[in-house]
Design a protein around this ligand. Structure first.
Ligand code: ARG
Length: 463
């Protein structure tokens, strides 16, 4: 007979309980208790199936069902006695079920192992997070669409190398992020479609000799189908990795945008004013309004990338099937998911609240010879110069303006003709930033009408 202190679930062959250090390294209950709702849902589906297939009696299934509901409400009310000695959420729930309903509780684990149980619970949890990420992205996209619609024709400098390149519209810049976050949404949805298979019934690794109905449990848990290989099903954490990969790319986009908001809200740029609700002050410098939310979003991506690398590293050396290493999947994914949701919500709030400083955007758009390309294009179109020659002539005009300390539209016609004598008055039409952005009417270009086309397409898509 096993020592009293050995594990009640698997202590049959053990003479003594674990060392305290063993318990500390082995127990996952402190974090995997977050899976309680999924664990209980999985157990309810399993028990109902065991009864439907005649593996356990209807009476036992009913007792299990009611007992599990009691456990669920105990946990939800915060009066559940979580125990480290019971290792994880699966054994905590089952042990409490036994206390509540007695003997029938012992029949719940028929034709099941913690290996398929945890794989099922975790898939259900990750699936919910994917849905939450898609919802968070959708809310953020809607906020960006509002900004884009309001500022479809506000001009601002477009940059390459963070140097003024060509004027663009505020709406166009907002819509660039809509495209990125839209692809992120697609990645989460693709991952969801691939991961939505039920591992339940794979048992420890080889399947089971009991006449279970895996279609029934798959359906009850909202999966599209059961997994097709029991070894794979208990060993696979691709679904979590795909979530982390999609989260990492999304976080990278959030971070780029956060970086722009940090730059734009600085006194040097003054492109945007962030709301008080999403800024902080300084304890010493009274004038300061800091873009902390943007900075923290930018920083938090490190944790999400880290989780991705950590779990890849956990998985890469594991032989089939289950190894306890895989217990390390949860904290990484929990942390990444928490921080992703927080970052998405903070970004949405900032975007909703921020106001673009239109005059500052306009002034910046007109400086830095931002319409030099328009000038070169005009020389090609009107004077039939080869583009390379037009580029050269424009370069000389920029050098002249630079020497005079003025912008391109401030040069006189005579000065321009000094560089190329065929230039006419008409050139001034293309040197203004408004005309510049309005002329970029190619599909996907920055012209206000093109921006509006894209805003409408997205609104229709989101419904
Ligand atoms: N707590 C474990 C985990 O998260 C559950 C699976 C345990 N399975 C086992 N064979 N020890 O991975």
């Amino acid at each position: 007979m096993a020592d009293k202190s050995s594990n009640a679930m698997w202590g049959g062959r053990f003479a003594a309980g674990p060392d305290a250090i063993m318990e500390a390294i082995n127990a996952s209950i402190d974090f995997d208790k977050r899976l309680y709702a999924q664990d209980i849902a999985g157990s309810r589906a399993h028990a109902a199936m065991l009864a439907a297939t005649g593996i356990i009696s209807d009476n036992d299934a009913e007792a299990i069902r009611e007992g599990l509901l009691t456990v669920l409400s105990e946990i939800e009310q915060g009066d559940f006695p979580f125990s480290k000695a019971l290792e994880d959420i699966h054994m905590n729930v089952e042990a409490r079920l036994k206390e509540i309903i007695g003997e029938p509780a012992g029949r719940l684990h028929t034709a099941r192992s913690r290996n398929d149980q945890v794989a099922t619970d975790f898939r259900l949890w990750v699936r919910d997070q994917i849905d939450a990420a898609v919802a968070g992205l959708e809310a953020l996209i809607r906020a960006l669409l509002e900004q884009a619609e309001a500022g479809a024709d506000w001009v601002m400098p477009g940059f390459t190398h963070l140097q003024t390149a060509q004027p663009v519209t505020w709406g166009h810049h907002m819509m660039a992020y809509v495209e990125m976050f839209g692809r992120d949404m697609g990645r989460f949805r693709d991952a969801r479609a691939r991961m939505n298979e039920s591992p339940l019934g794979s048992a420890a690794l080889a399947g089971t000799s009991f006449p279970i109905d895996r279609l029934m449990t798959a359906q009850a848990l909202g999966f599209d189908r059961p997994t097709a290989n029991s070894l794979d099903a208990v060993s696979d954490r691709d679904f979590a990795l795909e979530f982390l990969a999609a989260a990492s790319i999304c976080a990278m986009h959030l971070s780029r945008f956060a970086e722009e908001l940090v730059i734009w809200s600085s006194a040097q740029f003054r492109f945007v004013t962030l709301s008080d609700r999403f800024s902080t002050g300084s304890s010493i410098m009274p004038q300061k309004k800091n873009p902390d939310a943007a900075e923290l979003i930018r920083a938090k991506i490190g944790r999400i990338f880290g989780a991705n690398v950590a779990l890849m590293t956990v998985m890469k050396g594991l032989p089939l099937a289950y190894s306890k290493d895989m217990q390390e999947d949860k904290e990484q994914v929990f942390d990444a998911a928490d921080n992703l949701m927080l970052a998405l919500a903070a970004m949405e709030g900032m975007v909703r609240d921020m106001s673009a400083n239109r005059p500052a955007l306009e002034t910046a758009a007109a400086s830095g010879f931002s319409t030099a390309t328009d000038l070169a294009d005009w020389l090609v179109r009107e004077l039939n110069l080869p583009f390379r020659d037009a580029h050269h002539v424009t370069g000389s005009l920029v050098a002249l303006a630079e020497k005079k300390g003025c912008d391109l539209p401030d040069l006189s016609l005579a000065e321009m003709q000094g560089v190329h004598d065929a230039i006419t008055e008409g050139v001034f039409d293309v040197l203004g930033v408004d005309n510049s952005v309005r002329s970029r009417t190619s599909y996907g270009g920055t012209a206000p009408d093109q921006v509006r086309v894209q805003v409408d397409r997205w609104k229709e898509r989101l419904g």
